[in-house]
Design a protein around this ligand. Sequence first.
Ligand code: UDP
Ligand code: MG
Length: 318
Amino acid sequence: MDISIVIPLLNEAESLQELHDWIAKVMQSNRYLYEIIFIDDGSTDTSWQVIEKLSQKNNSVKGIRFQRNFGKSQALDAGFAMAKGAVVITMDADLQDNPEEIPELYDLIIKDNFDLISGWKKKRYDNVITKNIPSKLFNAAARKTSGLKLHDFNCGLKAYKNQVIKAVKVSGEMHRYIPVLAKNEGYTKIGEKVVQHQARKYGETKFGMDRFVNGFLDLITISFLSKFGKRPMHFFGLWGTFMFLFGTFSALYIGILKLYKVYNGIKTILVTDNPWFYIALTSMILGTLLFLAGFIGELIIKTKNSEKHYSIKEKLNL
Ligand code: UDP
Ligand code: MG
């Protein structure tokens, strides 16, 4: 199979037929062997009924229905697990992404051998205040932290080599950082393509301003995880040991100084009146705690097996 198109959706019933027809047209005129995997992320409208209908008429249409709303990342992850195409393309269901971009994205992966191509909505049709400006700041921070020079991390339209999507695990709200996850797995030929963007035709955005707060927190998590996620002892153990030694030596110094002064009959204050005493004490305690955190982290990594993080209600054609 040439292409899997993975489409996560939440309450997008009005768009689905039109989106499907448009994709099918592009696929047929380019003679691709394809599948469209719709992941209904707990819609409460008639989205799933529409998908069922589409799948009856076109057996390239496949569906996954979540038991409840688990989030876009989980939906993408479920779609990725099923995708069989050599190239996997993700797009939003709201008709903001243009299916006509697919052939060029496909060629960039197959002919130019990119691992991943991220869409860049250079000209956006979203609200300037709530989306465009925060998104510029957000992308700048993401570039700085991840070292990936992408302009538009959040773009729903992206193309991947199949092995790339099988290698990444998209959880939490990490769908914004799949390129970073891919890079961490060693897929570094990552490119960007300017893509057409439309205003939302039906319904409204499912992500409010809180996306930027969550986005920044995720960014910190991801940069930390990529460095120390598999070896917490190297972070916590190092700083724990350092603090503990600092505390111990400070305490020793205070103790020896005290003994020396008492022995030589020099006038001296109580050890507990010396501010250094408290600094030394705190350092020793914090050092031990940090070390323990690292140790427990290592234990968790050793014992944990990859847990499932969504529940599927129904499947179509899969
Ligand atoms: N979406 C989803 N689960 C969610 C929220 C959103 O599957 O919990 C889907 C949504 O239906 C759409 C895509 O993710 O297909 C992008 O969402 P939206 O268009 O609301 O985001 P925006 O374009 O405003 O960034
Ligand atoms: Mg949208």
